[in-house]
Design a protein around this ligand. Structure first.
Ligand code: FE
Length: 264
C-alpha cells in the first residue's frame, strides 16, 4: 500500500482542517509514493521508538505527537529531532503524525476521553472546523454525567478510569459535579469564563501550577489525569483507522510514559 493511500485513510478520519492553528500534523518525513507493508503506531516518536520500528521491520511510524513544531535549520546529530531524522533516513522509515486533528475528530481522542468518563450530550469546547452540514468539530468536550456526584468522588473515579495511583485536583472536594468538560493532553489554555460557567469540573492531562491557580481564580474545579494516560489511546485509534488495510499494524512497546510513579 502506498504511503499516500494510508495518509488519505487517516485524514478522512481526522482531516488536517480540524487541527488547531500553529499545529504541525501531516507527513513529517518520507516520500508519498513509498510502498508500506508494516506500520508501527505510537503516541510519541524518539530514538527508542525508531529503533523498535527498525527492529520490527516497519516502513512507517504513525504518531500522535509531531516530531517537529518549529522550523529546523540544520539536520545533524546535535539535536533530538536531527538525530531522529537521521535514524529514520538510515533505516528508510517514514513518519506521519495526526495531532490536534485527531483530538478534534469524531471518535478521536476527546470523544474517547468523554466516553471513558461517561459524559454524554457532548459538544466541543473550542471549534476548529465546521463541515458542509454545519456540524462543529473541535478540541475538548463538555457534557453531563448521568448521576451527580462530588468533586472528590469524581476525582477518585478519574483515577480508576486511567489507572492512576492518585491525582491532583483543584476545588472543594464536596462541590457537586454534574457537567464535565474534558481535554486530552495539555488543556490548560482552554480555560475561559464561558467554560467555567458551563462546567462543574474540567479534566485534562496536565496543568502547570500557575495554570491551576487560574482555574482556582475562575472557580472552575480541575482534575489532572495525566498527559500520557489521556492520549495513549491514540495507538488503538490508529490501529482501528488502518484495520482492513493490507498492512501489518504494530503497537509500540518502547513508547512508555516519561513519568514514573512512586509506589505507596
Ligand atoms: Fe499531547
Amino acid at each position: 500500500m502506498k504511503l499516500q493511500e494510508i495518509i488519505d485513510k487517516i485524514e478522512s478520519f481526522a482531516p488536517l482542517a480540524m487541527a488547531c492553528e500553529g499545529d504541525n500534523p501531516g507527513l513529517m518525513f518520507g516520500k508519498r509514493d513509498k510502498e508500506i507493508e508494516r506500520v508501527l503506531v505510537a503516541l510519541d516518536v524518539d530514538m527508542g521508538v525508531i529503533r523498535e520500528a527498525a527492529e520490527k521491520g516497519a516502513d512507517l511510524i504513525v504518531t500522535h505527537h509531531p516530531l517537529m513544531f518549529d522550523p529546523i535549520r540544520q539536520i545533524n546529530e546535535e539535536t533530538p529531532a536531527g538525530r531522529c531524522l537521521l535514524e529514520l533516513a538510515e533505516n528508510d522509515i517514514a513518519l506521519y503524525s495526526a495531532h490536534t486533528n485527531l483530538d478534534s475528530a469524531k471518535g478521536g481522542l476527546n470523544d474517547i476521553f468523554a466516553d471513558k468518563l461517561g459524559i454524554s450530550g457532548t459538544k466541543p469546547i473550542e471549534i476548529t472546523y465546521t463541515d458542509e452540514n454545519g456540524t462543529d468539530y473541535g478540541i475538548g468536550r463538555v457534557g453531563a454525567i448521568e448521576k451527580e456526584t462530588t468533586l472528590a468522588d469524581f476525582a477518585t473515579f478519574v483515577c480508576k478510569c486511567f489507572d492512576l495511583p492518585s491525582t491532583n485536583f483543584v476545588g472543594d472536594g464536596n462541590a457537586k459535579v454534574k457537567t464535565v468538560a474534558v481535554c486530552s493532553g495539555s488543556g490548560a489554555d482552554m480555560i475561559s469564563k464561558k467554560l467555567a460557567a458551563e462546567a462543574d469540573v474540567y479534566v485534562t492531562g496536565d496543568v502547570k501550577y500557575s495554570g491551576a491557580r487560574k482555574f482556582a481564580s475562575l472557580d472552575l474545579n480541575l482534575i489532572t489525569a495525566g498527559h500520557y494516560e489521556t492520549e495513549i489511546c491514540a495507538m488503538e485509534v490508529f490501529k482501528e483507522i488502518l484495520s482492513g488495510c493490507p498492512l501489518e499494524i504494530i503497537c509500540s512497546k518502547a513508547n512508555k510514559n516519561v513519568f514514573n510513579y512512586t509506589e505507596g
